[in-house]
Write a protein that binds this ligand. Structure first.
Ligand SMILES: Nc1ncnc2c1ncn2[C@@H]1O[C@H](COP(=O)(O)OP(=O)(O)OP(=O)(O)O)[C@@H](O)[C@H]1O
Ligand SMILES: Nc1nc2c(ncn2[C@@H]2O[C@H](COP(=O)(O)O)[C@@H](O)[C@H]2O)c(=O)[nH]1
Length: 204
């Protein structure tokens, strides 16, 4: 397991599928705060609106299993018959570029990461009501079968919100992005204050 250094934090975006976790995390993490995102590996097929290496690294079930056998995944889960995981090396390499990173996982993955890293993992739960997530998935071109699979665990996913450090309803994107940005900036300021305090000479 990668050992997080003193200043390192992982911002984990979770919530129901189609709620806007990827959109919000990219807008805030990459565009506004110049953080780096860690891309998951999956065995599912790429959807028409997705890009390999940006949305996911798409690999075969055989490759995924080989990576499990080699202990490459920090966490991995099975969702709706497909495998998803975050590789430890990607976390390490991303931290070489930035002190704080973000990623998007389902509640099960968020829970695994929280158990691994405690206070250094901050969970952002992003949600919208059932009809809204259905409409967003229809609009982006998900098939009825995919939407049905996602909605089958909507209630279970929503139940995880009580465990998260921060909860954001995502209707007006600019409003959500503003709130998430402010919350992350508070963590940055806290880190900076801690660093300053620890470098101040001791008073006699
Ligand atoms: N506040 C918003 N208002 C309107 N549309 C939104 C909003 N947030 C996200 N969307 C759109 O909703 C769709 C789903 O968003 P996104 O892919 O970010 O969700 P997700 O939670 O990461 O789900 P998944 O893992 O299924 O992709 C996208 O087409 C995105 O552009
Ligand atoms: N625990 C993890 N969950 C992940 C990871 N990558 C994606 N996901 C989540 O899986 C579901 C299904 O995703 P979909 O893109 O096929 O609709 C969704 O909640 C993702 O956020 C991961 O590495 N670990």
């Amino acid at each position: 397991m990668y050992n997080l250094k003193e200043k390192e934090l992982i911002f984990v975006f979770t919530g129901p599928d189609g709620s806007g976790r990827k959109t919000v995390s990219k807008l805030v993490g990459e565009n506004t705060l110049q953080m780096k995102g860690v891309i998951s590996y999956t065995t599912r097929n790429r959807r028409p609106y997705e890009t390999g290496g940006e949305d996911y690294h798409y690999i075969s079930p055989g490759e995924f299993q080989a990576s499990i056998n080699n202990g490459e995944f920090l966490e991995s889960v099975e969702v709706d018959g497909h495998f998803y995981g975050i590789k430890e090396k990607d976390i390490r390499e991303t931290f070489e570029k930035k002190g704080c990173i973000y990623l998007v996982v389902n509640p099960e993955g968020a829970d695994i990461l929280k158990k691994l890293y405690g206070d250094k993992v901050i969970r952002f739960f992003v949600y919208a009501d059932r009809n809204t997530v259905i409409n967003r998935q229809k609009e982006r071109g998900d098939t009825p079968a995919i939407i049905e699979r996602h909605l089958a665990h909507y209630d279970e996913d929503m139940a995880y919100r009580v465990h998260c450090e921060h909860v954001f309803e995502n209707y007006k994107l600019d409003h959500t992005a503003f709130e998430v940005t402010q919350t992350i900036e508070n963590y940055f300021e806290k880190k900076l204050a801690e660093k300053k305090a620890s470098s101040e000479p001791e008073k006699i």
